[in-house]
Design a binder for this molecule. Structure first.
Ligand SMILES: Cc1cc2nc3c(=O)[nH]c(=O)nc-3n(C[C@H](O)[C@H](O)[C@H](O)COP(=O)(O)OP(=O)(O)OC[C@H]3O[C@@H](n4cnc5c(N)ncnc54)[C@H](O)[C@@H]3O)c2cc1C
Length: 434
């Protein structure tokens, strides 16, 4: 069923569009969309924010994220949320143990202390990249908006562009959603921002590019309440992360909040691997054993144990990416940020940081134009400038990510190569050879 188009913000959020402001829609309440929303909210710029999920806790939001000083943390500082972030973040999470497949520990930064004031093993000074659970980040950002700011349960299916009504007018956009099993239309909007992640439904209006398989399949394993249930795993992973890099395979084990650990087992395999590898994914215990037998049988016992002991959940993820250096021709009031704009694999830990950096600069562009009293053309010009800078920045990050994937994470002696990469960036800590 289709309803008649409705005006933005007239169905119940507190962000009612006023006649003096352009009508802005943000699609996606991920870290990028929520950061943008917070920054607009701080400047009393109305917006309408939609997300396909039924509510903030409908889906497990995934693991821990390290926020970098010049991007994720910077966005939170401008958003007035840095202090709150420091209360929720794990500074001791920025603490790395690097191991080879045969169990040699190449680097062990020890345990950094909460609050970042004391640390051991890392000559860089206090931890720079504290970790925060994704659900904590979302909760913090949501709490910083007016209640009811997000239209949950709205799955965007397509954006329809409408030509300008007058010669000096601007394109407008209606949004086609499924909501509670029905088709509804919202809009028209003057500005639509796609912060809707990897499978963006805003992107097709700007680019014909689609995400493609990166060559890496990831098996995400969870281990809950490890301090009580698995002291070995708790001690081995410590307060931060354990990375193992080797030819065609890598393991990332990371401490999360609530005493849990997530272990990401990555293999370089064809796209159909999950379906045709013969592993019985329906049985967690069997799957973990088959994974070890088939792909890690020559590894040290500690490495095998990371997989075998992480018994609480198995999540399969094919890792996709967009072409490095993706750009598009600027178009009126449409734009993208975060994964929707430049999806990359997680191998340099840049995705969320880029998304929040985009949000910071896009908010700045819109607010700047509004403060100068510029009309929609002026806002569009500012958005074009945002895109220009974002294209360059995201290309660098995507390249860095690809270099990490192809040059360290999945190559022979990858752990040693990664250690050298860290050393070239001034990070090295205690070199341990056991
Ligand atoms: C296993 C894994 C580990 C990662 N680890 C790291 C890390 O350590 N560091 C790091 O920087 N990055 C990491 N990333 C990448 C990071 O998660 C993303 O780059 C980041 O979440 C992007 O934020 P975003 O807001 O652009 O998109 P998303 O987080 O994908 O949010 C998009 C939002 O849009 C909504 N949405 C999607 N489609 C629609 C639709 N059709 N209609 C309405 N709403 C829609 C979704 O529900 C979601 O809320 C990791 C990714 C994975 C898969």
């Amino acid at each position: 069923m289709s309803t008649q188009p409705t005006l933005a913000g007239t169905t119940g959020t507190s962000n009612n569009a006023s006649s003096t402001h352009p009508k802005i829609a943000i699609i996606g309440a991920g870290p990028g969309g929520l950061t943008l929303a917070r920054l607009l909210h701080l400047q009393d710029v109305p917006f309408t924010l939609y997300d396909r999920e039924g509510g903030p806790a409908e889906r497990n939001q995934g693991g821990t994220l390290d926020l970098h000083p010049g991007s994720g943390q910077l966005a939170l500082k401008v958003a007035g949320l840095y202090e709150e972030f420091t209360k929720r973040a794990r500074f001791e999470g920025d603490c790395l143990k690097l191991v080879t497949a045969n169990g040699t520990v190449l680097l062990d930064e020890g345990n950094k202390q909460q609050g970042g004031q004391e640390y051991s093993g890392d000559p860089r000074g206090p931890p720079e990249r504290p970790e925060i659970d994704r659900c904590q980040l979302r909760e913090m950002l949501l709490n910083s908006l007016k209640e009811g700011s997000v239209y949950w349960g709205h799955k965007l299916c397509k954006v329809q562009a409408h030509p300008p009504v007058t010669d000096d007018g601007n394109e407008t956009y209606t949004l086609h959603f499924t909501y509670s099993g029905e088709d509804i239309i919202q809009g028209p909007f003057d500005i639509v921002i796609g912060a809707d992640g990897a499978r963006s439904n805003v992107r097709p209006l700007l680019s014909t590019e689609k995400p493609f398989y990166s060559g890496i399949s990831m098996v995400e394993l969870w281990a809950l309440d490890v301090d009580n249930r698995n002291p070995w795993l708790s001690k081995y992973v410590g307060s931060g992360s354990v990375f193992m890099y080797d030819q065609g395979r890598a393991i990332f084990a990371q401490r999360n909040g609530n005493g849990s650990i997530r272990v990401y087992v990555c293999v370089q395999q064809p796209e159909s691997w999950f379906d045709d590898c013969g592993i019985d994914w329906n049985s967690s215990a069997k799957a973990r054993e088959q994974l070890v037998d088939g792909y890690f049988s020559d590894c040290a016992d500690d490495i095998k144990r990371l997989i075998l002991d992480s018994c609480d959940e198995v999540v399969l993820r094919r890792l996709d990416m967009l072409p490095i250096g993706i750009t598009w021709e600027h178009r009126g009031g449409l734009t993208l940020l975060g994964d929707a704009a430049h999806l990359m694999t997680p191998f340099a830990g840049e995705g969320v940081n880029s998304a929040m950096h985009d949000a910071l600069e896009l908010a700045d562009a819109i607010i700047h134009a509004l403060k100068l009293g510029r009309g929609l053309d002026g806002i569009s010009e500012e958005i074009a400038l945002y895109e220009k800078v974002m294209f360059t920045r995201s290309q660098e990050k995507a390249q860095e990510t690809w270099n990490s994937l192809s040059g360290a994470c999945f190559v022979k002696d990858g752990a040693e190569t990664f250690l050298k990469m860290l050393a070239s960036k001034g990070r090295g800590g205690t070199l341990v050879q056991r």
